[in-house]
Ligand binder design. Structure first.
Ligand SMILES: Nc1ncnc2c1ncn2[C@@H]1O[C@H](COP(=O)(O)OP(=O)(O)OP(=O)(O)O)[C@@H](O)[C@H]1O
Ligand SMILES: C[C@@](O)(CCOP(=O)(O)O)CC(=O)O
Length: 199
């Protein structure tokens, strides 16, 4: 039986390469909508929690944007894949358990199976959004190409085969994020207004 009382009104599924700014953009959306209306769900949240526990690591550092998590990324990917091989929706299910807000922002879809899970559970509510920027900008944010990570499914699983509802370019010379996100925020406010009067 499903362990939630009501379905979300809108599910915004974000993906993007390392350091494209998924966390930054999704945090901006939550700031604009408010945390009563909008929750951020990280598929990597339950993965990192379990991985940190089993390996005696600092969960907060694994969840943050700094270099700590990069030391463990390749191993975390393999560890997570052993769970996903048994059940591709394993982390989707865990990450969404208990979410009650009308708008869900999933910050880190990485594989087609992640996106398909939301599309099949919430076919009318799910929208896909890609965050992109140049490799130069990613490097300025601390990225460097790592074989086994940047050429693997975790980073490339959504490079093709998806017709994204929106593509957001997160770089200095792109239009401001608020402007690019206008249609997304409008849809989210409309979806939420049926539940909470925020307009
Ligand atoms: N538009 C922006 N303006 C200023 N700083 C930004 C912007 N976008 C991203 N950053 C910064 O770049 C770094 C990487 O961004 P973020 O953590 O959001 O990327 P990510 O795609 O979630 O990366 P990863 O998946 O590798 O963790 C962070 O320190 C973030 O604050
Ligand atoms: C292990 C992994 O979840 C790390 C994600 O970290 P982050 O979203 O980049 O902070 C990536 C994956 O699941 O393939």
């Amino acid at each position: 039986m499903e362990d939630r009382e009501s379905e979300p009104k809108l599910v915004l599924v974000f993906s993007g390469k390392r350091k494209s700014g998924k966390d930054y953009v999704t945090q901006l959306i939550q700031d604009r909508l408010g945390s009563e209306v909008c929750c951020i769900l990280r598929l990597s949240g339950p993965l990192k929690q379990q991985y940190a526990q089993e390996h005696g690591l600092d969960l907060n550092l694994l969840l943050g944007p700094g270099p700590y998590k990069e030391r463990y990324r390749a191993d975390m990917i393999h560890w997570g894949e052993s769970c996903r091989n048994k059940d591709p929706g394993f982390f989707c299910h865990l990450a969404t358990r208990g979410a009650r807000e009308p708008v869900w922002v999933v910050s880190d879809a990485r594989r087609l199976s992640d996106l398909r899970w939301f599309q099949s559970k919430f076919p009318h509510q799910t929208k896909s959004i890609r965050v992109q920027c140049s490799d130069t900008t990613r490097s300025q944010r601390g990225w460097d190409f790592t074989p086994g990570v940047d050429d693997a499914e975790s980073e490339c699983g959504l490079d093709s085969g998806v017709d994204f509802d929106w593509i957001i370019t997160n770089e200095a010379d792109a239009p401001p994020l608020d402007e690019q996100l206008k249609p997304v925020l409008k849809l989210a406010q409309e979806a939420a207004s049926s539940v909470i009067n925020i307009l």
